[in-house]
Ligand binder design. Sequence first.
Ligand SMILES: [Zn+2]
Length: 229
Amino acid sequence: MNRKLMLTTALVTVLALLFAGMGESLHTRVRRSSAIPHAVVLIDAGHGGFDGGAVAADGTVEKDINLAMATDLSVVLRLMGYRVLMTRQEDVALCEDPSLSIRENKRADMAERLALYDSADAVISIHQNHFPDTACKGTQLWYSPNNSGSEVLGRYIREAVLRNVQPDNTRELKAGTKDILLLHRTTSPAVLVECGFLSNPQECNNMQTPGYRLQLALAIAEGLLHYQP
Ligand SMILES: [Zn+2]
């Protein structure tokens, strides 16, 4: 599906949900908290281009799921009035210079993303998990240790995901270590959402289902709405 069609489909679904009642409390809350949605929210669709990220057993590549999820979330947040920036809107890395090695391109890509992170009021990075045990499942939230707002934002998003989508999820919110370079370095309030495990066939399938992605996007949006930048 091309991007315009994907966006339109997502937009129509969100509007349908808003008016059908599922989004009613969200809609009411948006109207009550008119001070918040002027913030600039950066959505980072993890990986892209030469960097595919994790790969599921069925060949699903993480970068594609990340982009679909980030796009759905961007539609929801824009509807709520947030100013949304995205690190990418198609299957590209932020640096793909053929004269550079993959390692150098990756480093330049990270530097570009970090500059975008540091200029946003809040950052939501979208990734997927992968683990040898295929039974592992559930959204995992990480927060940047450099800005006290990050943990607050992470907690609100985690609570909204549990409340609305995954009531059995027992995964704790964790501080990003230096292995999660962008979280470790950024000074902005930033969280990383590992939406699901691509190694779990059910979650891999869920993440490819527009209705499920939208549920998750609405939950993330609700969490963000509780957060006061
Ligand atoms: Zn990833």
